[in-house]
Ligand binder design. Sequence first.
Ligand code: SF4
Length: 405
Amino acid sequence: MSQRRRPARERASAPAGRQGARAAGNAHAAAAPASLATLVQRWQRRHGRRGLPWIGERDPYRVWLSEVMLQQTQVATVLGYYRRFLARFPDVHALAAAPLAEVLALWSGLGYYSRARHLHRAAQQVVAAHGGRFPGSSAALARLPGIGRSTAAAIAAFCFGERAAILDGNVKRVLTRALGFEQDLAEAPAMRALWAAAEAQLPRRGIERYTQGLMDLGATVCLARQPLCAQCPLAARCVAHAQGRPHDYPVKTRRLVRGVRRNVMLWLEHRGRSWLVRRPERGVWAGLACLPLLDDEAALAAHTQGWPGRRTALPAFKHVLTHFDWMLQPVHWQWPARAPAPAPEALAPLGEGRWLSSAEALAAGLPAPVRRLLAGAARGTEATEATEATGATEATGATEADAAA
Ligand code: SF4
């Protein structure tokens, strides 16, 4: 790289006298190893990601939206959602004025629905308390709903040039490896120390390129399973690479203990309409429209005792969430078309709900597996896919704000 060639060039033109002494001083300065930030900035200029709609963006609304969507979700998945969301809600005023149901519907399938609710609330707050202008500092941004320290820093760095450190999952990996940071990130003091270390690396100038460079390195080079150290600008000074054990970083002893949950999902249909209930305001799929979930077959039998119609068990599938695997057994109950639909009061034990046509249901905010099931029915087939199509797993309430605390 250029910083390695520079000393040789300086040696080739040997200085003399006072001027020479100054030149020698410069040569000495040039020979000093480039800082981590400089290496990242140089690399980003030549090798950073290009062509993503949010790269180079300086509008806080758009940066914020992309940062929130990219939490726990792959870039390829986010692209379509990002464009659709901006087409419908081009600015913070449009988002603040929209009904939450419409926001959730556009978010449907992206997972981590608490992000959409926070987004909506924060937009309303930006409009009500700040006249539609985003606060201009990371500290003030971090007081908005759902904006954690790292997201606030990213917005402030990109949009306001603030020298603020980001520390999302990818950047934690890059920095702990490069610095050989061996403290256990499950412990709060270790996280504080890592934040301090991240701040100590901040460049005096060019915070935007440095921030983008760290993100790009984490996403394309310092990969979790197969770090591409041979292509990394930090290889010569990376502690983990020198130790030959990048995979040992970051250190986190308290790993998530995953569980398994099982439920029966009742798809009650009558004349092309399905009975959908509203999920509770907290927990998985909070606030979304959903098919009723029952504990087991016995609960299903108790709820459907004496019901007319045809019952079909559909292929069971596993829905993967952050904290557990959800084994779901859909059961399709076709209520006879010639009979009147059961009254909402009769279905109340299944949860507060309503009858929706396929089109109405698909226009609402639905969890991804329910959407697939109903979309499959709308196309004349029944969905049997076993995993989340978005490539994302969903959180059970944890947000970046929690994680960064
Ligand atoms: S040298 Fe390897 S381990 Fe170190 S920061 Fe680069 S890619 Fe990551």
